[in-house]
Design a protein around this ligand. Structure first.
Ligand SMILES: CC(C)=CCC/C(C)=C/CC/C(C)=C/CSC[C@H](N)C(=O)O
Length: 428
């Protein structure tokens, strides 16, 4: 079963045709594998089913080799290489090092290679690295569309992150990712005031020792009405985009810049129902079992991807290929019409739609917004312009916390250090 799970993410659906004219090798073999009538009863006999899976795994690999040569293996190595460098950040942060800009952070991890990736598309990055057009369009592009709702014109760094996101071995949070936030608030023993920040303004106030200090006057709306408090340090962890968090910065000198770069709208539609096999080119619905349908670029296509929802910890029966009736997550640019839903699903009994500005609309060359907005005002979401993912937000948050701490105490030796990789090699 693992084999299928690994491969399911690499299945592009070719739009505009009943039967995919040239389905990706993965799609072809997955479908062939499922169509073996003799296979079904043998699911209950682990030894034989393993043999069958092995057989189809080998065939999958051969077909991939035939269609894409060594591109899939080279892509795996290319992403691993970037990931290895990226993971240096955990060591740097363990040693309390921090960076005053997102570009400096990236540069400290992967040098000019990383910062240059912000200035070119994933298409250009991969072409330069020798990947074929066919592979980029049929395998890389579907991964961009499912993860970022955009094609291979997104910047090279976020493209690599997106490819890391379709590899196996990812972790899911049982109960949902939102538990990471509540868990962190609990672990930090922070006092959470639920509300929406309206404005931030610098104020000069005397402290108990008789000196004057600069504080920040933050106004916010909460369930109990409008309130305000004074803070020494402010960390903004929301996209500073008028459509998303409309915070007014009053009386700042120099003024806080406006970040007008657009975020990209994604619509997630959750449908409990049965997929319409014939829409996907299958006359025999019993032969149609897919965990995910990814798509290549086509302006006529109204979905970016379609995938089955599965729990973080699957029971053995849930490990099997999904039945057609399940909860499906459809990603699209615009809300789906009733007609479109009726094309995708032969029947359904519940639909939930979530439309949101999920991530930046990438358009390299990319310049990330600053981490330091003003003396003791820090901004986390600028990192999203390098790549938007919860891992990136966690790294940006720790970076800002360390930066605020070191700037407060004047520990300049911990900020923007070059050659950390070499320096830390000798440390335990
Ligand atoms: C630099 C590289 C190759 C990886 C950095 C590590 C990282 C951030 C991995 C995240 C992989 C992942 C789960 C990507 C999914 S795409 C993001 C998703 N659409 C989202 O909105 O969070």
């Amino acid at each position: 079963m693992t084999i299928w799970l690994r491969l399911k993410t690499q299945f592009p659906f070719y739009p505009g045709s009943k039967l995919p004219p040239v389905p990706s090798v993965t799609a072809l073999v997955t479908a062939t594998f499922l169509r073996q009538p003799s296979l079904k009863p043998k699911y209950n006999r682990p030894a034989q089913s393993k043999l069958y899976l092995l057989r189809w795994y080998v065939i999958n690999v051969l077909k991939l080799l035939w269609r894409y040569g060594l591109n899939p293996l080279r892509m795996y190595m290319w992403v691993e290489d970037i990931l290895d460098k990226f993971m240096r950040i955990y060591r740097y942060q363990t040693h309390d090092y921090t960076f005053s800009s997102n570009e400096r952070l990236l540069h400290a991890l992967g040098g000019n290679d990383f910062t240059q990736m912000l200035n070119q598309t994933i298409d250009e990055s991969m072409q330069k690295a020798g990947f074929s057009h066919k592979f980029i369009n049929e395998v890389v592009c579907p991964a961009m569309r499912v993860n970022y709702g955009q094609g291979v014109n997104i910047n090279g760094f976020v493209g690599a992150v997106s490819l890391a996101g379709v590899e196996s071995g990812l972790w899911a949070v049982k109960g949902g990712n939102k538990l990471v936030c509540t868990g962190l608030i609990y672990a930090a023993k922070a006092q959470l005031i639920p509300g929406t920040v309206q404005s931030i303004e610098p104020k000069i106030r005397p402290n108990p020792a008789g000196d004057t200090v600069k504080l920040y006057y933050v106004t916010y709306n909460s369930t109990s009405g409008s309130s305000a408090d004074m803070y020494d340090i402010v960390v903004i962890a929301a996209p500073l985009n008028r459509k998303m968090s409309n915070i007014t910065f009053r009386n700042f000198n120099p003024p806080i810049p406006e970040f007008s770069n657009p975020y990209h709208q994604t619509v997630a539609t959750f449908v409990h129902g049965r997929l319409n096999a014939s829409f996907f080119g299958y006359q025999d619905p019993s032969a149609f079992h897919f965990g995910a349908i990814l798509t290549t670029e086509n302006p006529k296509l109204f979905i970016n991807s379609l995938g089955v929802m599965s729990p973080a910890e699957k029971t053995p029966s849930e490990e099997k290929l999904p039945l057609r009736s399940a909860v499906w997550k459809v990603f699209s640019r615009e809300p789906l019409t009733k007609e479109q839903l009726n094309l995708l699903f032969s029947s359904y009994d519940s639909v939930k739609v979530k439309k949101w500005l999920a991530y930046p609309h990438y358009s390299p060359p990319e310049k990330c917004p600053p981490v330091i907005l003003h003396d003791r005002i820090y901004y986390l979401n600028g990192i999203e312009w390098a790549a938007s993912a919860m891992e990136m937000s966690a790294i940006a948050a720790k970076n800002a916390a360390l930066l605020a701490y070191h700037q407060w105490y004047g520990n300049t030796d911990k900020i923007d250090q070059e050659d950390l990789h070499e320096k830390l090699k000798t440390e335990l």
